[in-house]
Write a new protein. Structure first.
Length: 138
């Protein structure tokens, strides 16, 4: 019985504190009445850095299928993508003559909700990729 309680608590914590957006909370301003076939990634970058080279790969980075690339000076990059596919993104920063590469991936998906907004609608979730540099080596 004690083991069952521990397993239940572990599952509860894993669901509540997981990093992945499961589409449970809906931003109704981004809802549409028609099911989207395409969307865009929201890639967060560290601002106030010389241009950041961003590479978007379709699938795993090891597959080397370059989908899009850009040199960005702002804090956000939003390339258009197809839904229900995995995208791996790299951001290459050059700070104080040192190179830092941040890597993350996402699989943007569509979810339909009937009761979270005023009207039934579709929304895209799991599309935010945070590639901001938290700290640099001294």
């Amino acid at each position: 019985m004690n083991g069952l309680i521990r397993i239940s608590l572990f599952i509860l914590f894993a669901v509540c504190f997981s990093c992945e957006d499961m589409g449970w909370i809906t931003d109704c301003s981004e809802c549409t009445s028609n099911e989207p076939r395409e969307g865009f990634l929201i890639i967060k970058l560290t601002g106030n850095v010389s241009p950041v080279l961003v590479n978007v790969y379709e699938g795993e980075i090891e597959d080397s299928v370059l989908y899009a690339f850009a040199s960005i000076t702002g804090e956000k990059y939003t390339p258009g993508i197809n839904l229900n596919k995995k995208y791996t993104v790299t951001a290459t920063y050059n700070i104080d003559n040192k190179t830092y590469i941040a890597v993350d991936s996402a699989i943007p998906k569509v979810k339909y909700t009937e009761d979270q907004c005023e009207n039934p609608c579709y929304f895209i979730y799991d599309r935010v990729i945070d590639l901001r540099i938290k700290y640099t080596a001294e």
